[in-house]
Design a protein around this ligand. Structure first.
Ligand SMILES: NC(=O)c1ccc[n+]([C@@H]2O[C@H](COP(=O)([O-])OP(=O)(O)OC[C@H]3O[C@@H](n4cnc5c(N)ncnc54)[C@H](OP(=O)(O)O)[C@@H]3O)[C@@H](O)[C@H]2O)c1
Length: 161
């Protein structure tokens, strides 16, 4: 199974200047526990936004058009190649950014979306989702976080077959 995992602001933004726009402890924890032990596939810019270091306890696969090598991560030159490299994992996570999500939307079986219920100004937006192809299968809303003061929700969408 191929899953997208992403946090999206109300106005669609997911990042700015190669960084995230918010810090929500609960979302970081959700991301870590959901993806741990699995393959994570990301674009080169997202890898660099993480300090050019691999996420621990996960097989890290970085997509690039260059011949750059990545310490602690495998290099792939297309989404298809990345997915092939992750074969054998029962759930492969596409962790961004926008360029990689755009391609992955066509092949993903599931999306874990953290809906951040505020607008944020940013230079990177999630591609448009055609909700005719997706069914909401789980929803957990939080009025606020432990430190983050505004509402957010963990949503799971499965592809309608
Ligand atoms: N909110 C969230 O959940 C979330 C999650 C992840 C990232 N983000 C944010 O998203 C932003 C980064 O996203 P982004 O769209 O700018 O970049 P990205 O998707 O992370 O990476 C883009 C890079 O991936 C490579 N690439 C893309 N398509 C390719 C293809 N078809 N074949 C081979 N290589 C390909 C290229 O690398 P080369 O240039 O090396 O060739 C390209 O420059 C940051 O602000 C980050 O913080 C947010």
């Amino acid at each position: 199974m191929i899953s997208i995992i992403v946090a999206i602001a109300q106005n669609g933004t997911i990042g700015d200047k190669n960084a995230l726009l918010w810090h929500i402890k609960e979302d970081m924890r959700f991301f870590r526990t959901t993806t741990s032990g699995h393959a994570v596939v990301m674009g080169r810019k997202t890898f660099d936004s993480l300090g050019s270091k691999p996420l621990p306890k996960r097989k890290n696969i970085v997509i690039t058009r260059s011949d750059r090598e990545f310490e602690g991560a495998f290099a792939a030159h297309s989404l298809e190649e990345a997915v092939r490299m992750a074969e054998g994992d029962e759930e492969i996570f596409i962790i961004g950014g926008a360029q990689i999500y755009r391609e992955a939307l066509a092949i993903a079986d599931r999306m874990y979306i953290t809906r951040v219920e505020r607008d944020y100004e940013g230079d990177t937006v999630f591609p448009e989702i055609d909700y005719n192809h997706w069914k909401l299968t789980d929803e957990e809303r939080h009025e606020r976080g432990e430190e983050y003061e505004w509402p957010f929700a963990f949503l799971t969408y499965d592809r309608v077959r």
